[in-house]
Structure formats: C-alpha cells, structure tokens
Design a protein around this ligand. Structure first.
Ligand code: ASN
Ligand code: ZN
Ligand code: CA
Length: 344
C-alpha cells in the first residue's frame, strides 16, 4: 500500500549508529526524510558533473538509496550505504540545528529539503555545495590524505553554503569569500556541538574525522588558531583579500572561537585548544550559543554580497545591539574580540 514515514537507523562511518527518518514505499524503504522537507541521499555512482562556467552539460546521478529492512549500512551493499548514512545524518542534524536554534525552516527557510550525492567521482578529495542543483556532493577521498568527506562538520559546512546563498549571498572571492567560508565553518562547528554525538564530539576543528595520516595535520582547519593549517592568518591585514577564501576565513574563524571561548586553553573532543589574541588582551568568551545568535542575525539581516571584514564587524555589532543592547556585556565582547583579531 501507500507511502509513509518510518523510523530506521544507520551505521555511519564517523558518528556511530544514528536514527534516520525514512520513507516506506511498498515493501522497501528509501533514504528520504519527509519530516525534514523530503531531504534525501543518492549515489553518484562514481560519476562526475561536466560543468563549464556554471552550465552543466551532464551531471552525476543521485540514485536514491533504498533498503529492505530500514537498517542502513548493514547487510548487502553496506559499504556503499554507510557514507550515505553519514551524509543523511549530517543534513538531518544541520536541518535540526537551524530549526531548533534559529527557527529557520530549511536552507531557504521555506520548509523545502535538498539532497546529498555520495560516492562522487573516483577518490575525489572534496565536498561541495552547488547552487544550480541546490544540493551537496561528497567524494570518497583518496584513502591516504582523506577518507570519505561526509563528516558532520563538513555536511554542516556545505549545507550552510546554501543558507548563505539564500541570505547575505556573500560573493565567493576576496574578503567576502573569506566571510562566506567562515560562516560555513562557524555553523558547521555549531551543528557538530548541537548534535552532541558521542562518536564525533564537538570541537573547533574542521574535518578532524576524515583526515588520514598522509595529510600530516589533525584537521583541515583550526578555529582556535587558524595558522595551525600552515596557510591561514590569525589576524587581519590589508592583504587578506588576496588569499584563497579557505584561508582568509581564518580571521573570522578566530573571531568566532575567541568570542565563544575566550583566551586560554580548553579541551574539546579530547584535544587542547588555545585562544590567543593579536593585541595581547585576555577575553572571557560569551559562549557558543550567543556566538550563533549574533552571527546568524548578522548574516541574515545585516551582511550583503559585498561585506568585507570591516562590514562584518559592524554587522555583528548591530546584531549584538538588537539581541542584547548597546550597553550589554555581549556588545562589548564583540567589540573587544574584533580588535583582538586586528579588525578595528
Ligand atoms: N569543500 C569546499 C568548500 O565547501 C569546496 C570549495 O572549494 N568550494 O568550500
Ligand atoms: Zn566551503
Ligand atoms: Ca569538528
């Protein structure tokens, strides 16, 4: 008979066994979640898109996953389905973070879901958001530098590119591109904390679950001290707009860490993080919930496509004023923290 939502579970690569809301269709189940706008995950079947200047001549498929017993990532084709479990769980958790914390109903705020493609290409060492399909795509990694790029913080990062695209629409180059990237790292991290998953506890590193020894670093990016990646600046200077957007994001990532956690050493996910300011000041930190509130309001109300670091400072100050008042400790903390990363 008909189609209905069912509760299953999946064995993920990085997040343990996770609950999944799926769709029963006749005698089998589909990896499609009607409780989250119909968000689904499909197999790209190791194919790639052929796109030139944003026009796609062909696209890898997104062949919807199905399963006989609604216990995903086990039994036949377990290996192929496990990456799909991570991707679907990642978009579930990101959906829930935006809904529960910011009362945002999906990427565009209209309740409509999106989709994930996993097993994109061959040993593909990246994941990406694409505005033209309104979808997220994940490679399997080459197995020596990266494993499958489906970790929770990366899923939150990619889905947040969709949110940014539908709100501030920060242009993906120069300083605005760095702010676009940082917005994805900030909310990807806040999603990871919000999920509260014992197998992938929250930290202020990006991609810590998927890097392999061959990469030589413990994560892709480090928000407590972005320069740990060997390329990102910790402090603003007039030349940061010339950097790759995944490096010019460092200043805003550093701001986010310091605003939430302050200076000194703390342990997240079993790993020490140390906050240090560019101006030698000490900061107490106002917590990650307030960071999320301030950055989300700045992104959705005040930032525009051309916002640079100076504009991010005024946008977050306007947000802090709206939320907590111009005379508040939070407003003062935003001021002091931008100064601490040399944005004055
Ligand atoms: N993984 C990268 C990102 O989401 C892909 C890219 O370079 N846009 O930023
Ligand atoms: Zn990104
Ligand atoms: Ca992380």
């Amino acid at each position: 008979d008909g189609i209905e939502t069912a509760s299953g579970d999946g064995r993920s690569l990085y997040s343990g066994t996770v609950p999944l809301e799926t769709t029963r269709s006749g005698t089998s189940y589909q990896l499609k979640d009607a409780t989250r706008g119909g968000t689904y995950t499909g197999d790209a079947q190791n194919k790639t898109d052929l796109c030139i200047l944003g026009i796609c001549l062909s696209r890898a498929p997104a062949t919807l996953y199905s399963d006989a017993d609604n216990r995903w990532g086990s039994g036949a084709n377990a290996d192929r389905a496990s990456a799909a479990v991570d991707a679907q769980y990642g978009t579930d958790q990101t959906w829930d973070y935006y809904k529960q914390v910011h009362n945002r109903n999906g990427i565009a705020g209209d309740g409509k879901g999106s989709y994930n493609r996993v097993h994109y290409g061959n040993k593909y060492n990246n994941a990406f958001w694409d505005d033209s399909c309104f979808c997220m795509t994940y490679g399997d990694g080459d197995g020596t530098t990266f494993g499958p790029l489906v970790a929770l913080d990366v899923a939150g990062h990619e889905m947040t590119h969709g949110v940014t695209s539908k709100t501030a629409a920060l242009t993906y180059s120069g300083e605005s591109g760095g702010l676009n990237e940082a917005t994805s790292d900030i909310f990807g991290t806040l999603v990871e904390f919000h999920a509260d998953n014992a197998s992938d506890p929250g930290d202020w590193r990006i991609g810590e679950k998927l890097v392999k020894p061959g990469f030589g670093k413990a994560a892709l990016r480090f928000m407590d001290r972005p320069s740990k990646d060997g390329s990102s600046p910790d402090c603003w200077s007039s030349s940061v707009g010339n950097l790759d957007v995944h490096y010019s994001s460092g200043i805003a990532n550093h701001f986010a860490y310091l605003l939430a956690e302050g200076t000194g050493t703390k342990v997240f996910g079993g790993v020490e993080h140390t906050g240090t300011t560019c101006d030698g000041t000490t900061l107490a930190g106002i917590g990650k919930e307030k960071l999320g509130k301030i950055w989300y309001r700045a992104l959705t109300v005040y930032m525009t496509s051309s916002t640079k670091y100076a504009g991010a400072r005024t946008a977050t100050l306007s947000a802090a004023k709206d939320l907590y008042g111009a005379g508040s400790a939070e407003y003062a903390a935003v001021t002091a923290t931008w100064s601490a990363v040399s944005v004055n």
